[in-house]
Design a protein around this ligand. Structure first.
Ligand code: HQG
Length: 184
């Protein structure tokens, strides 16, 4: 389990790699990768205490495996969750019959009307596990877990992707593919 310093480092990384790289003077490439040395120098220049060993530990122990190194470990990116305009370069993949999306009860009526919208992020996030969706939903309030008819949606032509840390990603879930509340 991560200690508090590492949780802070993880949050700093999420912010820098998903949402606001410019704040650290970083310029992720098209696929969201940032050079590790550049990242560490940018952090040091701003008094953020993180060295190579810290980074490796945070990547390895992160509860949702949010970050990944490239093959030769010279670059790092967030595996999903971005609001910056990048292309993860994932190949479309056939989803399981059903996927889950956890949200707050207060959003349910709007979701039945408009479907699931990606908001500021690049994708709508879906989970293969109902328990994961329940936790995601609880971040926003009283949780409600939608069942999504994923396989049917794929057959209708929607592309599904799975991030390196196992989150299913789609651009939009039209309301017709929502199957109401999952048994949790
Ligand atoms: C809701 C975490 C009204 C949607 C998690 C959600 C996830 C609508 C909220 C990742 C709507 C957006 C993403 C509509 C969608 N009307 N509300 N039509 N369509 N919404 O945080 O999926 O810890 O951007 O249901 O594990 O909650 O950050 O998305 O409640 O994988 O690594 O709008 O964030 O990962 O909220 O969470 P978010 P999310 P990390």
């Amino acid at each position: 389990k991560m200690n508090n310093d590492d949780i802070k480092r993880s949050k700093t990384l999420s912010k820098a790699l998903r949402h606001d790289p410019a704040r650290l003077g970083l310029r992720p490439d098209r696929a969201g990768w940032v050079d590790v040395d550049v990242l560490l120098k940018a952090c040091a220049a701003r008094g953020l205490r993180i060295d190579r060993a810290d980074l490796e530990r945070v990547v390895a122990t992160n509860d949702k495996q949010r970050f990944a190194f490239n093959e030769d470990q010279t670059r790092i990116r967030a595996s999903q969750g971005h609001t910056i305009d990048i292309d993860l370069g994932l190949e479309p993949l056939a989803p399981p019959e059903i996927l889950f999306h956890g949200t707050a009860a207060g959003f349910v009526a709007s979701i039945f009307e408009h479907g699931l919208l990606r908001g500021g992020r690049n994708h709508v996030h879906l989970s293969a596990e109902v328990g994961t969706a329940l936790k995601v939903g609880a971040r926003h309030g009283k949780p409600f877990v939608f069942e999504v008819a994923a396989a049917e949606m794929a057959r209708a032509g929607h592309a599904f992707f799975r991030s390196d840390n196992g989150v299913w990603l789609v651009e939009h879930v039209p309301a017709e593919f929502l199957r109401g509340q999952a048994a949790v």
